[in-house]
Design a protein around this ligand. Structure first.
Ligand code: SF4
Ligand code: SF4
Length: 478
């Protein structure tokens, strides 16, 4: 018997969108048109109107569109993510990538083209900072709006998962409060603009001698800023990473991670999982760390020797780092390439803070992802959706803990696993590294490190004493 609505069409019917979703799409369209109008003049002529129409359209339209997630099961449901041109490096994905990258290029090197758009944010900037907007205010505003709108999407999408909801609220809070409102308020109070949620080496100049003398001579609050930056890097970073792994920062606080986790979520599966990219990643991220450590050391040496080390070169050193790493890598490539290389390109290949946190996580932390390999059905969801390119399934199949310096503890691998195999845990450092549980065609062997064995007195005391079950053993059991 034929189904009620027999159809051989290969495309999806337009009926899949209900009325509110169609209204949402129309409103997003109105918002985009408003942005274009602002770019070409309306931003200067009627800034408040352009701001309300563009942001109102985008916010309300997105809200209506995200309601569609309520009709689907919560979490990742693999609904065509590899078949959509926007999320599978199709034409729409490339167009998005070019638009993002182009925005960064114009923002950094030809900001006069954004003049009308900048003027659109004047009313907001005046209210928040007591002064006219500039390109960095525009950028911070767009960045924050993206985190908030797409953060709302994350919350609706992963609505059955407390971990995802809490950490999404956390990154939204830190972006809005610490990276947008507070720096603006400081300017309004004639204090130095400071980002309390960014620390050296990510905010690379915060420990440079020039910045330290600038902040400490500005006001008593400036002295506190220097103190805050030093305490957060030298004390809070190792302590918090010891207890929670790098996730406390990368997935809960950092604005770069916040954008990747919210605006970048539709592209998280595009990260390269190959061994080659893992090798490139390790070289690159640690090279950037060495670069910033050497630059900082040289600048301090230069300052201590009254300019004898570098002379007039010191400015060139800091500008080189700021240009190549701070602008080109973190912005143009790091965000512009989301639709092509996946999210977290910057976090994975370039962020010196991630390198520091990663080293701490690998050698001095209680964090690990435990795996219950017996339950794994090798579906590969975990590897697919790991934004850091970790082949999570490889570990799961072997029953091996995942202790990787690059893991940002986003928890999405555990969220998307249909079998509950993976669990993010903080436990004793002892025994974090366990070997694989190998199932051969004729035997099962368990390799455990000695520390893990010693922490479990009921187990044999050394690796050699562990049983290896052979076919003969199974025969006697049958
Ligand atoms: S291994 Fe899991 S928790 Fe770690 S980065 Fe990948 S998806 Fe996130
Ligand atoms: S750990 Fe879970 S998500 Fe990963 S392959 Fe196994 S069953 Fe699939």
């Amino acid at each position: 018997m034929l189904p009620e609505n027999p159809s051989l069409q290969l495309t999806t019917s337009s009926d899949r969108f209900d009325g509110s979703e169609k209204t949402g799409m129309a409103l997003v369209g109105v918002g985009l048109v408003g942005l274009l109008a602002a770019l070409f003049g309306a931003g200067s002529n009627a800034p408040a109107v352009a701001l309300v129409i563009s942001m109102g359209g985008l916010t309300l339209g997105s809200g209506l569109l995200f309601r569609a997630y309520l009709k689907r099961p919560a979490g990742v449901d693999n609904n065509g993510v590899w078949f959509s041109a926007a999320t599978a490096r199709g034409m729409a994905g490339w167009i998005l990538g070019i638009v993002f990258t182009g925005f960064y290029i114009v923002l950094y090197w030809a900001p006069s083209n954004l003049e009308h758009l900048i003027r659109m944010t004047d009313p907001l900037s005046s209210a928040l900072r007591g002064q006219a907007a500039d390109r960095w205010f525009l950028y911070g505003f767009f960045y924050t709006v993206a985190v908030l709108i797409m953060g709302a999407r994350m919350i609706v999408k992963y609505r059955d998962n407390r971990y995802q909801i809490l950490r999404t609220i956390s990154v939204m809070f830190f972006q809005l409060g610490f990276a947008f409102l507070l720096p603006g308020l400081l300017l309004m109070l004639n204090e130095p603009e400071y980002y309390f949620s960014y620390f050296w080496p990510l905010k690379y100049d915060y420990l440079w001698p020039g910045s330290i003398s600038f902040f400490s001579s500005a006001s008593s609050l400036g002295v506190f800023m220097v103190f805050w930056g030093a305490v957060m890097f030298f004390l809070a970073t190792p302590v918090l990473t010891y207890f929670f792994g790098k996730r406390w920062y990368c997935s809960w606080v950092c604005g770069c991670g916040g954008l990747a986790e919210t605006a970048g979520d539709p592209f998280r599966h595009l990260s390269d999982k190959s061994l080659t990219s893992w090798k490139i990643e390790r070289w690159m991220v640690h090279s950037v760390l060495v670069f910033i450590v050497v630059t900082t050391g040289l600048l301090w040496g230069n300052s201590a020797t009254a300019g004898a080390w570098l002379g007039g070169m010191s400015g060139a050193f800091s500008r080189t780092y700021g240009f190549f790493i701070g602008l080109v890598f973190a912005g143009v490539v790091g965000v512009g390439f989301y639709p092509i290389m996946g999210t977290r390109v910057w976090c994975r290949f370039g962020c010196p803070m991630a390198a520091v946190l990663g080293l701490l996580q690998k050698y001095f932390s209680r964090f690990r992802i435990t795996t219950n390999g017996g339950q794994c059905i090798s579906c590969g969801n975990c590897s697919t959706y790991c934004e850091m390119g970790i082949d999570v399934r490889w570990y799961a199949q072997r029953g091996q803990n995942i202790v990787r310096s690059s893991c940002v503890g986003c928890g999405v691998c555990a969220t998307v696993c249909p079998r509950g195999v993976l669990k993010l845990e903080n436990g004793p450092m002892q025994g974090r590294y366990n070997g694989p549980i190998l199932i051969h065609h004729d035997a099962v062997s368990v390799q455990l490190d000695d520390a893990w064995i010693r922490s479990r007195p009921l187990l044999p005391s050394t690796q050699e004493d562990l049983p290896v079950l052979t076919d003969a053993d199974f025969d006697t059991l049958r």
